[in-house]
Design a protein around this ligand. Structure first.
Ligand code: ADP
Ligand code: MG
Length: 339
């Protein structure tokens, strides 16, 4: 069985007859990227690769927690009471992240870096390191004291950010989506209208594939042990749409008999543990698909569904039930795409 999701607006400009399909890929942000496009004429592959690389490098140079001299890491190391000029792209992501932090009551929090590090998901002590131990309650309380995004006193007009001391930014739940948007827009600016851009599983599709077909993408499904019921596949026409999936089955570790996924609830300082196997979000902008999928994962099925409904977000929640089966819940905006 499968479910098909279609965008509500379709732009009829299909690739011209004789157009060819192209594909490039590479590595970035600790993961892979892939760009596909359909176009007539001689192949500008070198130009496309250089343009893609430039956009990805810009995001990494400004927003990576893994690059010691990124703008974000320089801010993280700055002394208490200092003011910082934020470059344009980083400001765009910060603005979106702070908005979502406000509306989600801190479930999404771009200032949760201290907690992310504490639980072994930052660039420093990794949960994979042999000497990693689960943090103590005191350590959690200590990290919680420095994750208030409001203390950053963001001034959007001046692009000024305040470091109150010890606040660590982490844009990992939103920067990949933003990078996808940048690459997609850059390609459009080069005259490529029919593109599918992916960074680490987050995707954005524009225009169409060959033969007037949309870019069809199947939502990533959580792996299931044999013997349990199988959920329907959800197939999406990524036409002016992006998709991001947050899952509890990637980057997760088990210690003391508990699964510790890499999404943290910044409200209590602990990895989320309310049984969501995955949340997929569809949105025209990949930045928002990426950020919302993390926000809804933290909120859990009930609160997440309420917030997605209030904001018209197309979301699919997959919950692990007590009997080991998975069950799905679909927000009204996602239902509308299936009609
Ligand atoms: P997923 O693919 O599961 O959505 P992402 O890569 O988008 O995961 O984001 C997970 C990363 O975001 C974590 O590794 C951490 O760096 C950061 N993060 C974890 N919890 C939060 C949160 N509540 N708000 C913002 N960022 C978070
Ligand atoms: Mg995310």
């Amino acid at each position: 069985m499968s479910r098909v999701l279609l965008p509500q607006q379709i732009d009829n400009a299909a690739p011209l007859w004789g157009a060819l399909a192209h594909r490039l890929d590479g590595q970035t942000m600790g993961t892979t990227w892939q760009v596909r496009w359909v176009a007539l004429g001689p192949l500008p592959e070198d130009r496309v690769r250089a343009a893609v690389q430039q956009e990805l490098d810009l995001v990494v140079n400004q927003m990576s927690t893994w690059l010691p001299n990124s703008d974000l890491e320089c801010f993280n190391r700055a002394s208490a009471g200092t003011q910082h000029a934020v470059p344009e792209a980083m400001a765009e992501v910060l603005q979106a992240a702070l908005w979502l932090a406000d509306v989600s009551g801190g479930a999404f929090n771009p200032a949760a870096g201290a907690l992310v590090n504490l639980w072994g998901f930052g660039p420093r002590l990794r949960y994979t390191d042999p000497d990693f131990v689960l943090p103590t309650n005191e350590a959690v309380q200590h990290a919680l004291a420095s994750n208030d995004w409001r203390s950053l006193c963001w001034d959007g007009a001046l692009r000024q950010l305040h470091q109150p001391g010890g606040v660590l930014l982490d844009f990992s739940a939103i920067a990949k989506g933003y990078a996808v948007d940048r690459v997609s827009r850059r390609l459009a600016g080069m005259g490529l209208q029919h593109t599918l851009v992916e960074v680490g599983g987050e995707l954005r599709g524009q225009g169409m594939h060959l033969g007037g077909q949309p870019w069809w993408v199947d939502l990533e499904a959580p792996p299931m042990a044999p013997g349990f019921s199988v959920l329907p596949t959800t197939r999406v026409a990524l036409h002016g749409l992006s998709v991001a999936t947050s899952g509890d089955y990637r980057r997760v570790y088990t210690q003391a008999g508990t699964r510790w996924p890499h999404t943290i609830d910044p409200r209590n300082g602990r990895p989320v543990g309310h049984g969501l196997a995955s949340v997929s979000v569809l949105h025209p902008e990949c930045l928002w698909a990426d950020a919302w999928s993390t926000a809804l994962t933290v909120l859990g099925r009930e609160d997440g569904m309420a917030l997605a409904t209030e904001h018209g977000i197309a979301a699919l929640f997959v919950q692990r039930e007590a009997d080991g089966n998975l069950s799905e819940s679909i927000s009204p905006a996602m239902h509308a795409l299936a009609d």
